[in-house]
Design a protein around this ligand. Structure first.
Ligand code: SF4
Length: 439
């Protein structure tokens, strides 16, 4: 199964973690599931931001020419740098035996590691072509891991059959969790921040946790393979991204404890995220307020000009990134926007509970969905702004609707106090541009 390069894949997929199968017409409450055709990029897309974060990792996609085209167009900006991803193309060849494919893969990996001595983590990334599905990449990764000195070899699937574009990061991080060491015996409780964050954002969060006396703090994924990250009983973790359902499950299976919190988008979300960690460390609220107040004030000041553009405007979210509920909460509560419908591809009610509580009564939160029915509802509601995938944005713009590509939200620094203004700007800009063009 393949999608044209740079285009989203259409797949009829069941909702995950859902316990309802309601039509959108009956789905008035937060967190209902609808089913049908979806239109999303596959999990390979995550490599574009994962490889920037993990500076000594390499992502070897075992796939088709389509996969290679997708990666190249998604990561077009990297064309002049030495990329840390590549595609081993295995289609269009004699598939007489699996041993041939294993040998071929071994040869490609050996050549790669010979040429690139700085690689410390190698991910074999699975895709959808039937030749790849026949390959046991897990077995290949274990074999290569034993053979390669100083390089850990892991695998995960970025296939469009199994993953959406944000689930690629989830699958990658889950693979990392599985080989993390346990904390040393007697080690103090530690905080693990989970999800790819730009270095500058990581530094801001580290300063805040340090000011509160929370630590040691580590990151998953770490910027470098040599950084010690452990997970087990005594590890408390905060998700920085709302789409890391499998990673959270794997951490919990290791005995780590998830700290329930809204996500760190906007002033309110960031303060609530930090306060949840502080509560787990027993730090009193007055101290949390004192540490958070300056950042919160800067964030609110940065939001003010965007609020002038966004307040009162209606917004619909088509299911794409799983970022939809926290973004809707931020845009509604801090910028005065009115969500019409909040579609999200998967809704993990446990992880999303703090966000759903803040969205209660605001707008229906719909899991999964049938893209054609969603488009019909968008056309009927005619909101001021539609947040959707790249493949839907152009047709909707052609119909006169104003759109925002949700993929930009995973490529841009949007977490924390200092980025709150930029995050609001991503939504204000399309409206401001439209106003200018209409003038
Ligand atoms: Fe297409 Fe599948 Fe490759 Fe993604 S993994 S580019 S959907 S063939």
């Amino acid at each position: 199964m393949s999608a044209p390069a740079g285009r989203p894949q259409r797949a009829a997929a069941p909702g995950r973690d859902s316990n309802a199968d309601l039509s959108p017409d009956t789905a008035g409450a937060a967190g209902c599931a609808v089913r049908g055709q979806r239109e999303l990029f596959c999990g390979l897309t995550g490599i574009v931001w994962l490889h920037r974060r993990m500076q000594d990792a390499f992502f070897l996609v075992v796939g088709s020419r389509t996969c290679a085209h997708l990666l190249q167009s998604a990561a077009g900006v990297m064309i002049f740098a030495e990329p840390r991803f590549a595609t081993a193309i295995i289609e269009e060849r004699d598939l007489a035996g699996r041993a041939d494919l294993d040998d071929e893969l071994d040869r490609v990996v050996a050549r790669l590691l010979e040429r690139r001595s700085g690689i410390r983590t190698l991910f074999l990334v699975g895709s959808c072509p039937s030749e790849v599905i026949k390959l046991d990449l897990g077995r290949a990764a274990r074999r290569l891991d034993r053979q390669m000195d100083g390089v850990r070899v892991l695998h995960y699937s970025g296939s469009g059959i199994e993953t959406t574009f944000t689930e690629g990061e989830d699958a990658c991080l889950r693979a990392l969790v599985e080989q993390l060491p346990a904390p040393e015996e007697g080690a103090p409780p530690s905080l693990l921040l989970v999800g790819v964050l730009p270095d500058a954002v990581e530094a801001q969060f580290r300063r805040l946790f340090e000011a509160l006396g929370i630590g040691p703090v580590s990151m998953l994924p770490a910027a470098r393979g040599a950084e010690r990250v452990a997970a087990g009983p005594g590890t408390r973790f905060l998700l920085a991204q709302p789409f890391l359902n499998e990673t959270a499950r794997a951490l919990e299976a290791r005995g780590a404890t998830r700290i329930a919190a809204p996500f760190p988008f906007g002033a309110e979300g960031t303060s609530a995220w930090i306060a949840a960690a502080a509560a787990a460390w027993g730090i009193d609220t007055a101290r949390v307020r004192a540490v958070c107040a300056p950042g919160e004030a800067r964030a609110r000041a940065a939001l003010a000009p965007h609020r002038a553009i966004l307040a009162g405007r209606r917004i619909s979210f088509l299911p794409d990134s799983q970022l939809e509920p926290p973004l809707a909460r931020f845009l509604h509560r801090e910028l005065g926007m009115q969500p019409v419908e909040i579609g999200t591809p998967f809704l993990n009610r446990r992880i999303m509970a703090p966000e759903l509580a803040l969205l209660d009564g605001v707008a229906p939160v719909l899991e999964g969905g049938d893209v054609e029915a969603q488009l019909d509802r968008v056309r009927a509601a005619a909101p001021d702004l539609v947040v959707c995938g790249l493949g839907l944005a152009n047709p909707l713009e052609a119909e006169g609707l104003c759109t925002k590509w949700s993929i930009e939200l995973v490529f841009s620094p949007v977490h924390g106090y200092e980025q709150a203004g930029d995050l609001a700007g991503l939504f204000a800009r399309p409206l401001a541009r439209r106003k200018m063009l209409a003038a």
